[in-house]
Design a protein around this ligand. Structure first.
Ligand code: HSE
Length: 311
């Protein structure tokens, strides 16, 4: 057994416009840094080395809850872990902060134990953390955080079914306006039912986006990113959304929208120069609105949470 394992667990985008709760992708940065080592006693000890004052009680911490689920599955009453978490991803940013911590914790323990769990099983375990964070058991951030690349969560029940989607190399521009939107609140504004006509347009776009990725058709990817159901309901929560999208498209982005439940916005782009131009264009909107913002630009990451160091 190694003394300790350090994992880099990436930020992720979920929904990808049309694919509410089912589509996602892994970013190359930012990422959480999670170090796991065996504890002297059974149970979990969590420490945070960042500025966010997240709970360290394992029952209130997304990584703790996920890791506890893994420990229950291992069923070794003598086993305990220490977990050091340095968050590179701001909580509440809409780029999979809770998923990164939960994914990183279970991937670290799996590595420490000699990989008894499949990636699919790790997503299942980490979903306990997502349930704590948002009140909903969803895997659209966890799937790319663990599998990397683009992912489709085809089903949660009766068994979890995740499809890793082949895709051409793509770049992502993310703007993170410094406003707070809680996932619970962003889910509360969603319609309980959807008119059939809108549902038809939406699933046509999901098919179009998946096909566009598989056949590397940038134009098809771009026009399929549109969300007719969720984004219209959430748009009022996000100042600057329409203008930021318009300017990013004018800068050459393929398309994009709200990242997860917001407040970040994302744009998919064919190359780095376009992604930088789209990020700058979106940033300009928030500068004019006098809302502070962060920008992230990087390629879609082929790999999810990965071992960065092993001692
Ligand atoms: N798919 C989820 C949502 C992601 O949009 O509510 C939240 O992180």
């Amino acid at each position: 057994m190694p003394h300790e394992i350090t994992i880099h667990s990436p930020a992720t985008l979920s929904n990808l416009g049309c694919g509410f709760d089912v589509l996602g992708l892994a970013l190359s940065a930012p990422y959480d840094i999670i170090t796991l080592r065996r504890a002297a006693k059974p149970g979990l000890v969590i420490r945070h080395f960042d500025e966010y004052n997240l709970p360290i009680d394992p029952a209130q911490n997304v990584a703790g809850v996920a890791l506890q689920a893994l420990l229950s599955a291992v069923n070794d009453p003598a086993l305990g872990f220490e977990l050091d978490i340095t968050k590179g991803i701001r909580p509440g940013s809409g780029i999979g902060s809770s998923a990164a911590s939960a994914a990183g914790a279970v991937v670290a323990a799996n590595e420490w134990l000699g990989r008894p769990f499949s990636k699919l099983e790790l997503v299942e375990l980490a979903m306990h953390g997502e349930a704590l964070a948002s009140g909903a058991r969803h895997a659209d951030n966890l799937a790319p955080a663990i599998f990397g690349g683009f992912t489709l969560v085809r089903a949660l029940l009766p068994t979890l079914d995740i499809v890793a989607l082949p895709a051409p190399p793509l770049w992502v521009a993310v703007v993170h306006p410094q406003i707070e939107i809680r996932t619970k609140d962003a889910r509360a504004v969603l319609p309980a039912t959807v008119p059939l006509g809108l549902a038809v347009r939406q699933w046509a776009n999901v098919g179009g986006l998946v096909a566009g990725l598989l056949i590397a058709d940038h134009a098809l990817i771009g026009r399929s990113l549109e969300d007719y159901i969720v984004e219209p309901a959430r748009a009022a929560l996000l100042p600057g959304l329409a203008e930021a999208r318009a300017r990013a498209l004018a800068a050459g982005a393929l398309g994009g929208g709200i990242s997860g439940s917001g407040p970040s916005l994302f744009m998919l782009c064919a190359d780095e120069a376009t992604a930088r131009a789209a990020a700058a264009a979106m940033g300009g909107v928030y500068r004019e609105l006098e809302i502070a913002f962060l920008l992230h630009v990087g390629p879609v990451a082929g790999q999810g949470a990965r071992v960065a160091a092993r001692k």
